[in-house]
Design a protein around this ligand. Structure first.
Ligand SMILES: Nc1ncnc2c1ncn2[C@@H]1O[C@H](COP(=O)(O)OP(=O)(O)O)[C@@H](O)[C@H]1O
Ligand SMILES: CC(C)(COP(=O)(O)O)[C@@H](O)C(=O)NCCC(=O)O
Length: 399
């Protein structure tokens, strides 16, 4: 990771002027969203938008860090001068808010003193659920090709009708899981949650496989076969389906059931099989609880966010299949390209000088690799995997 760059350079070799930074400091990861205005940029707004006042054209940037490595994040903010913005400067009446940044997530409380001490900045706290909903609504309404379904290895983008967006169930799979019924902008209720989430997968996976990183654990799951550890219906029913209650012989009857075997120890199982089984167990469980909550409120659309998903095919497939299976095809699982940045985007939208309505997103625009300093290096634009190494081209207008 680079830390010492004086000035960031955009794709056209213009110095990037940062105005506005917001943070979501979660149990596992810190997510950053910041806006940069290209110098000398006075492009026209998109033709279908009426310019209300002078607009600012630029890009929204995304980056993430492990919360355990918060010092890397502080260094990143400082090295890239992300605190120098102080508002959209060419607009009149803009407030100079250099002394605070918007932050959400539990870490906004936990690390408040650290930010003050190391960067001399206060964290203005925004409610996490509020931010998740604001971020999700913004993405669903403003960003093209944001939401998609995933089934049998195939991704299909969903064109969202703004008049038919609500209600939906937002399931944010971070360290833990929150399930929120969303009825409109700022209209929501957290209806459920579970502590069996992304932290569980990573925590148990690390203990059981000795993996050193989350991505390594995910990578292992690609090569694994969960049948080596899970007990299937067929294992119990002598290879047969239990058709009377709709269970195929290949259905998992008991996750990790085979590990009860008396003559096998942890070393007798392959790490890749363990990872696959764990991923399936957790994704399935979240899919099922989500469906049950959607059923409680008659919701047909379930939108999944949070960095646990990580644009990972097998995770999305398992969740989508669980929702499809339990709802008998009635409910639909949807995923988001910017899955992990809902809270940070929500915090970004909470600055007073602009609202959801005045951020106009023009198009997705991947940054050149050296212009983004997210912690991951495995960004693959072909897969559309967003690891904090992409930016959205957009314009900000005064509401
Ligand atoms: N590089 C990573 N390091 C740790 N966890 C990761 C990483 N990438 C994805 N994850 C997964 O994402 C989860 C955190 O998701 P996130 O939405 O950022 O939640 P939180 O706000 O709790 O940090 C982790 O529990 C883990 O399952
Ligand atoms: C406490 C939290 C909101 C914190 O958010 P996170 O950092 O996990 O994204 C989340 O972990 C959660 O909703 N946990 C589930 C708690 C429960 O409902 O049982």
């Amino acid at each position: 990771m680079e830390h010492n760059r004086e000035v960031e350079i955009d794709g056209n070799s213009n110095p990037i002027q940062i105005s506005r930074l917001a943070l979501d400091i979660g149990g596992s990861l810190i997510k950053l969203v910041y806006f940069s205005r290209n110098s000398g940029d006075d492009e026209d707004p998109p033709k279908d938008k009426v310019r209300v006042s002078n607009g600012v054209n630029g890009r929204l940037h995304f980056a993430k860090f492990e919360t355990a490595k918060i010092n890397d994040c502080l260094q990143f903010i400082s090295a890239n001068k992300l605190l120098l913005g102080g508002g959209f400067q060419h607009q009149e009446n803009c407030t100079n808010d250099r002394s605070f940044i918007k932050a959400t997530g539990g870490g906004a409380y936990k690390f408040s003193e650290l930010f003050k001490e190391k960067l001399g900045i206060s964290l203005e706290k925004e409610d996490e659920m509020d931010c998740l909903v604001t971020g999700a609504n913004f993405l669903l309404k403003a960003v093209n090709q944001e939401a998609f379904t995933y089934l049998n290895g195939s991704k299909e983008f969903v064109q969202i009708d703004h008049n038919d967006l609500y209600p939906y169930l937002l399931v944010n799979i971070g360290s833990g899981v929150s399930m929120i019924k969303v009825d409109g902008d700022g209209k929501f209720e957290r209806v459920s949650g579970t502590s069996v989430g992304g932290g569980t997968f990573w925590g148990l996976g690390k203990l059981l496989t000795k993996c050193q990183s989350f991505d390594e654990l995910l990578e292992l799951s690609h090569r694994g076969d969960n049948r080596a550890i899970d007990t299937l219906v067929g294992d119990i029913y002598g290879g047969m389906d239990y058709s009377k209650i709709g269970l195929l012989s290949t259905t998992i009857a008991s996750s990790f059931g085979k590990a009860t075997s008396h003559n096998k120890d942890l070393e007798d199982y392959k790490p890749e099989d363990i990872s696959r089984s764990l991923l399936r167990m957790i994704s399935n469980n979240i899919g099922q609880i989500s469906y049950l909550n959607a059923l409680r409120f008659g919701l047909k659309r379930i939108i999944f966010g949070g960095f646990f998903i990580r644009s990972h095919s097998y995770t999305m497939d398992t969740i989508a299949v669980a929702v499809h299976f339990w709802s008998k095809g009635e409910a639909k699982a949807m995923f988001l390209r910017h899955e992990g940045f809902l809270g940070a985007l929500g915090a970004f939208m909470s600055y007073e000088t602009h609202s959801l309505d005045d951020l106009v997103v023009n198009q997705m625009m991947p940054l050149p690799v050296n212009a983004s300093l997210g912690m991951d290096t495995n960004y693959d634009p072909l897969k559309g995997d967003l690891n904090g190494t992409e930016s959205i081209q957009c314009s900000v207008y005064r509401a």
